[in-house]
Design a protein around this ligand. Sequence first.
Ligand SMILES: *Cc1c(COP(=O)(O)O)cnc(C)c1O
Length: 447
Amino acid sequence: MSVQFRSTRAEAGSAPVRFREALFRGLAPDRGLYVPLSIPPLKDSWVNAGSFQELGLDVLGNWLGDAELGPETFSRLVREALDIPVKLRPLSGERWLLELHHGPTLAFKDFAARFMGRIMNAALAQEGRRLTIVVATSGDTGSAVAAGFSGLPNVRVVLLYPAGRVSPLQERQLTVSRPGVQALRVHGDFDDCQRMAKDVLADAELQEQGLSSANSINIARLLPQQLYYLWSLLLLRREYGITAEPVFAVPSGNLGNLTAGVWAALSGAPVASFIAAHNANDWFVRWLADGEEAGAFPATVPTISNAMDVGAPSNFERLQAIEADTKRLVSGQSADEAATLKRIRLTWEEDGVAVCPHTAVGLEALERQRQAGAATGPAIVLATAAAAKFPEVVSRAVPGLWPTAPELDSLEDAVVSSTDLTADSAELKQYLLSRGADWADGSADVG
Ligand SMILES: *Cc1c(COP(=O)(O)O)cnc(C)c1O
């Protein structure tokens, strides 16, 4: 009934695992990534979905059954997780923006984090367990996980972020007081945070407390990301009468969003093709053009579309596992900083829309693909974050334009709290041990 999963590194014929095991392991024991044994074809009913949540239930139910949670619980959690508006906004030139930034932290990662948090919490409650999720973050993921997991009684979140290396706005988003979430301000860089998280996750003594991560390779983060591709196809048909198969431009870093889109296409979604849109970190673009061998990844280059600054994309292994399909469906384009800023300006001037730098990379990639004579029909560009999250960049592109959002304005007066830590795994371990039994119902974390 429900899909089984195997590791990308599994020997042919080795035993597959259930969703629950893939969810709690994250990474497979052989350090590969979980992929479906086979992709379930969409049921005919998907085209009749009356709402995004209904579509989600139809498609995720097709993949997971009820995820062993019982049909009522599963249905309630999926509806709660997907309670985020998904909008298709028309631009000139047969282009649409698929706005994925109307969730609590104004970026598409909210969909995955809310789903993963709820499913994990319910599975833990069923098993009578609790877990502390340790997340090292350089910005976006941390706040999405904090918002997505907060208030769920069987999970609590410890965020590690590098002091002085996230923007003031990002810092407020990370440290705003949320039940069950503690932010740790590490005096080091992002790599220190990641090393510390890995060290404590591998620590035998701490394992007894139940530690886990919520990193971007978890299968539970990918599955719900298929849904907005499908929903946008229905919106394109229903609201604009367009039945031609569109091309999707996907602003990409770790390639999670793209992988989800390709899986949706392989399950039968009517998609013409995908454009992997990258900033200067464009190793994958070269790989698609047969210019790179898998495995030799370059160092990460910092850019203004910083959520896409990934030298070694962790989901590459999943796309490589279906290499023939990936190369048939996906082409790549990259945009440098000047082209990204120019695209923000042009989109403002021509369409009156302020876009974030990641979305601008997607728009620019589409333009380049069209100039090369491809992607001629309708095109949907994923708007992965709200412009208001990156006002400095937007105002560099369009002097005088400073996008805002009520959700961010209200952070100005929000209660924030964080604990300072040196970049030392032993200190983090001490902190976690000292908080071992402090589950309280979350109230201890407020204020
Ligand atoms: C994470 C992120 C991306 C990249 O998505 P991947 O799934 O890692 O490829 C793009 N834009 C924004 C705003 C993001 O936060």
